[in-house]
Write a protein that binds this ligand. Structure first.
Ligand SMILES: [Mg+2]
Length: 261
């Protein structure tokens, strides 16, 4: 199904490779096939809660060996974007997981505790499994005071075997509602993650296929940078939604197995 001019894949993970911890298809076979076809690949995920090393381990446990440099997360995209705008030592209050915290600390930013949140120069929002009212209240106070507001992504939900659970976008909407301010976004559908991936792959846009399960993030991001796109129906978006999307994705496939066949 993959056109012969394609040299590389930029793959989304949730809804393409797995749903929560359940693999979608026979992953060792799928990646053996991708390698056999001589395709380079990189994973680009809006999920900013884990590090590339976490993903390397998760893939290893599912029988697929990769290098951590083959993973680009919205947390890395965000940290890189902020490092171009703010000096090391800038104080950041964040609501988010380890993925975001480590990416920001690696760039030399100082992460504040909720008790010191009022000292923040920048506020960052991701998915925090220990979110609480105090954190939300501090964040709203900062943003209302004019502190710049960033987020990894605005995915409203993400898929689990039991269904969709609130994503970063759901939490961002709480701050937006409380402040009237919208964040600056590092992840898909904004082009930054795609551009970082293309730079690492070293392939041309027209030779690089963007693979994802969500029209408004994966497919929109691919289309925004001028790459061909493939929607897989193993995640969020349906075939009817894909056919109504303008422009239609280049390829619509049942799942990654059928795409790489
Ligand atoms: Mg996805």
């Amino acid at each position: 199904m993959i056109p012969s001019n394609i040299k590389a894949l930029i793959l989304d993970m949730d809804g393409v490779i797995w749903k929560a911890d359940a693999p979608i298809g026979n992953l060792p076979q799928i990646f053996a096939r991708i390698r056999q076809r001589g395709l380079k690949f990189i994973f680009a995920t809006n999920n900013g809660t884990k590090t590339p090393e976490d993903y390397q381990q998760k893939l290893q446990d599912l029988g697929v060996s990769i290098d951590p440099a083959q993973v680009v997360t919205s947390a890395l995209g965000l940290a890189f974007m902020l490092s171009q705008k703010y000096p090391k030592g800038t104080k950041i209050f964040m609501i988010g997981g380890d993925g975001v915290r480590i990416a920001l600390e690696e760039k030399g930013f100082k992460i504040l505790s909720v008790e010191n949140a009022s000292e923040a120069q920048v506020f960052v929002m991701g998915i925090d499994r220990e979110i609480n009212f105090q954190k939300i209240a501090e964040a709203a106070l900062l943003v209302r005071a004019g502190i710049p507001f960033y987020t990894t992504n605005t995915d409203r939900t993400f898929p689990t075997p039991r269904g969709e659970i609130p994503g970063s976008g759901a939490w961002v909407s709480v701050i937006e509602t409380a402040t009237g301010v919208s964040p600056i976004i590092a992840g898909k559908p904004f082009p930054y993650l795609m551009e970082l991936s293309l730079e690492r792959l070293g392939t041309k846009r027209e030779e690089t296929l963007i693979v994802g399960d969500r029209l408004e993030t994966d497919i929109a991001a691919g289309q925004s940078v001028g790459c061909p796109t493939a929607l897989v129906l193993s995640g969020v978006s349906s075939k009817a939604q894909a056919e109504a999307w303008i422009p239609t994705p280049t390829i619509i496939a049942e799942n990654l197995t059928t795409l790489v066949r």
